[in-house]
Write a protein that binds this ligand. Structure first.
Ligand SMILES: [Zn+2]
Length: 116
């Protein structure tokens, strides 16, 4: 699993709005995600997820990560290790979410159209 974690990209600078509530998100994560097409072939792709203060509250480890933002909007060298660990745990939880989420379906549609 550790080799996958290294492929995760995190963006803190102006992440896109949350697709669920259209509010401001805290963080954008981009990570490899494979899925099966209609023919049953595995298609490697990239998936994105945002961390939302509203929508992800109450879910762990998202809650722990949100709490870190609440303590200090600007991450510094004192908490970057904690942040990295929580972010990796959060991405893992997002990665294992049900594959029929509308956000993922939307990305697959974009992939088929060649937008990604
Ligand atoms: Zn939201």
């Amino acid at each position: 699993m550790t080799d996958l974690v290294e492929e995760i990209t995190l963006r803190l600078d102006k992440p896109p709005d949350c697709p669920r509530c259209e509010g401001e998100s805290l963080l954008l994560a981009r990570f490899p995600h494979s899925w099966r097409n209609a023919s049953g072939e595995v298609v490697p792709g990239i998936r994105e997820a945002v961390l939302c203060r509203g929508c992800d509250r109450g879910e762990r480890p998202a809650d722990d990560l949100i709490a870190l933002f609440a303590v200090d909007e600007l991450l510094d060298h004192n908490n970057v290790d904690t942040f990295g660990e929580l972010a990796a745990a959060w991405v893992e939880s997002v990665r294992h979410r049900s594959a029929d989420e509308s956000m993922l379906a939307d990305e697959e549609e974009r992939w088929r159209r060649g937008d990604l």
